[in-house]
Design a binder for this molecule. Sequence first.
Ligand code: AKB
Length: 313
Amino acid sequence: MKKILVIGSAGQIGTELVPALRKEFGNENVIAGYHNKIPIDEIKNSGSMEIVNALDKQGLENVVKKYNIDTIFHMASLLSAAGEKNPDLAWDVNMNGLKNVLDVAKENKIQVFWPSSIAAFGPTTPRENTPQTTVLEPNTMYGVTKVAGELLCNYYFNKYGVDVRSLRYPGIISYKTLPGGGTTDYAVDIFFKAIQEGKYTCFLKEDATLPMMYMPDAVKATIDIMKADSVKIRTSYNLAAISFSPEEIFNEIKKHIPDFIIDYVPDFRQKIADSWPKSIDDSLARKDWNWKHTYDLAKMTEDMLINLKKILD
Ligand code: AKB
């Protein structure tokens, strides 16, 4: 990795990935690609930014040539709930955007990171300790694009030798930029509402256990898999840290904010959560490239509350 382009630098993960990459590889070597939304000041003030829409292949190619890019993190995507509201757009952005990135990578010998998700699994997948190789029959458009995307990445590796690497992210929890349009977003919203209002109405049921991860772990995994000498899986690696239900995270926050209250009004996102695993077996990531997570539920909750209070006060 010498010249890196991050597509989707204003998104939830891009916002924290760009500074981490700049710290490790130098400010001048990480270009922040953005489209609809402007990245945060920390990114704006520390290095180059370019408008990059993955659906505009020529525009992408121009940026790649301008900076002599050798690595792309393609983080732009429509998430699960947003995808159910607009399946055509989800297909277009998630699939055609990825295809353009892979084609540009093939033509310019670029290493690619592309995020898959626990959404690649579906109601017929074993839900506890979900194995790496298992049934992939998702019932959301987002999930369909993740399965098709994984297969496309694998195809470009086998057919054209594109060094593409991927992770099946669980729900990601962070405080710098809000996620948007996901089913696991409640696990971020709940912290904001706990501090700002002392009460939260959850759109999932109290026992809707899902795999989750704190952002520093997600960023570390993303950089580590790209730095690994070799990887064995070219579809996408299972990746895990913690699993919890809305009730469990509520109880953990309550240890810090004793008056915090919650009620549950499940909406269409409950059906999506019902189709996803409760826990993930990521032993291959741990074995193949030494993946380890740092944050458990208690440590993450404490860190989220400390940092969010600083921002919201
Ligand atoms: C979503 O909820 O859609 C995402 C995901 C698990 O991929 N956070």
